[in-house]
Each structure stands twice: as structure tokens, then as C-alpha cells.
Write a protein that binds this ligand. Structure first.
Ligand code: C5P
Length: 230
């Protein structure tokens, strides 16, 4: 799948989501991300609706459970025709293998290594992971690769490390994107779309810089231009 910008549709429900997407001209079908908030509010129907409108969908549910449960849940999600979905690498290689089996070969499957909201200090003190953050991320990324996953979700700043240990074909999907002149909001380790391209991201996930923009279509186009080097 070619590199692209994924819009995080962090809306409370279907109506707001479709109102937002209706602003895009006919024929412009952005790749969208459905997260827990929207999925738990609207259920699988929202994914079917977006797919029927021609969008590619990243279903960001971050599964983490026993392998059998994850395998069966992924089989259900594969029936929705999602293009990309994810699990927590912390669920073990066995769980990720089960996810891969359940999802089948048609959709891309990626793993969260360490959430970007987790600091190294908390990871060591609360999770008792006795490693520095880059080592933990590299190790979890290797586990994801061993389990047959296509890549990981990570900070744009971690992309060179992930590519170094798992190869350039292993996907890096990166949130934490801001235009140089836009507010950081609650994100801390941020980069611009152009910098994410330089660092080697395959997909950037962009929420508020597009969804809260005065002109979301123009913001999305700018993002694509900067990230894809158009
Ligand atoms: O609005 P903003 O651009 O910050 O949205 C980023 C999106 O990426 C949100 O949907 C957020 O939940 C998601 N995300 C993230 N950091 C991660 C994983 C997912 O920001 N580590």
C-alpha cells in the first residue's frame, strides 16, 4: 500500500463524522482512522458505511487479550473489510500470531510497541520493563515482525530505529504530527509532515490539524503535499 496521510476521525458519532467527510469533493476519499470512541459509539456499521463510501479504513482498536480471543475478534474485523488494524505488542508473539491468523492476509496488521504517552520512567517503574525506551521499542518491533505483522505504530522520531532493526519494508505508522505553525495540543513529541517523510514514516496519522482546521480539505491537501513531496 502506498504511503499516505490517515485522518483520525476522532468524532463522537456517525453524524459528525459524515458531516466532516461530506466537506471533501466528490472523488476525494481520504484514508480515515476509526478509533475506540467512534467504534464504541456506532459499532461495526460505521466501518461498513465508510467502506461503502470508498474510504480506506484504519481500525485503531489496539487489541490485547488471550490469543484465542484475539484470533476470533480479528476474524470478525476482517469481515468488515478494514484495510489496517492493530494490536498491542505487549500481548506476546503468540497473541500477535493469533491476530494475524484471525485477520487473514488481506488487511495490514501493525502493533503498538510502547504508547507514546508512556514515559521511559513509568515503563521501568510501573511496568517493570528493565530497558531503555529505544531498546524496548526495538525489541517489541522485532517481536511483531517475528509474528508476521506488517509494521508498528510509533513516534515519527522512532522510525529510523524501527527501520534499522526490522528493515525498510516494515511499516511505520506515526501519529504526533503538527504543522510548524499549529498548536501542539496534548501531543509532546511532534514533527511536521515533511519531517515525518524525511524520517521514513509510511503513514502519518493526523487528527486535529485537519479535523479542527477552518478549511479541513485544504489542511489535508497541504499535509499530503508535504508528506508525499507532491
Ligand atoms: O489530533 P491528533 O493529531 O493528536 O490525533 C492523533 C491520533 O492518533 C489520535 O486518534 C490518537 O488517539 C492517535 N494516537 C496517538 N498516539 C499514539 C497512538 C495513537 O496520538 N501513540
Amino acid at each position: 500500500m502506498n504511503k499516505d496521510v490517515i485522518i483520525a476521525c476522532d468524532f463522537a458519532g456517525k453524524e459528525q463524522t459524515l458531516t466532516f467527510l461530506d466537506r471533501f469533493p466528490e472523488g476525494e476519499k481520504p484514508f480515515v482512522k476509526v478509533g475506540m470512541e467512534l467504534f464504541y459509539a456506532e459499532g461495526p456499521a460505521i466501518v461498513r458505511e465508510l467502506k461503502s463510501r470508498g474510504h480506506r479504513v484504519f481500525l485503531d482498536l489496539k487489541l490485547h487479550d488471550i490469543p484465542n480471543t484475539v484470533r476470533k475478534a480479528m476474524a470478525v474485523l476482517s469481515g468488515l473489510g478494514v484495510d489496517l488494524c492493530n494490536v498491542h505488542a505487549a500481548g506476546t508473539v503468540e497473541m500477535m500470531r493469533a491476530a494475524r491468523e484471525g485477520l487473514g492476509p488481506d488487511a495490514l496488521l501493525i502493533a503498538v510497541t510502547q504508547l507514546t504517552s508512556t514515559s521511559e520512567e513509568r515503563m521501568q517503574r510501573e511496568l517493570l520493563i528493565d530497558a531503555d525506551m529505544p531498546s524496548a521499542i526495538a525489541h517489541y518491533a522485532r517481536n511483531a515482525k517475528e509474528a508476521g505483522l506488517n509494521g508498528v505504530v510509533c513516534s515519527p522520531l522512532e522510525v529510523p530505529l524501527v527501520k534499522e532493526c526490522c528493515g525498510t519494508a516494515f511499516l511505520a505508522v506515526t501519529p504526533g504530527i503538527r504543522f510548524a505553525d499549529s498548536a501542539a495540543d496534548d501531543q509532546v513529541r511532534i514533527t511536521t509532515p515533511a519531517r515525518a517523510r524525511e524520517l521514513g514514516s509510511d503513514f502519518i496519522v493526523v487528527g486535529r490539524p485537519v479535523t479542527a482546521a477552518q478549511d479541513p480539505v485544504a489542511a489535508w491537501k497541504q499535509c499530503r503535499k508535504d508528506f508525499l513531496g507532491l
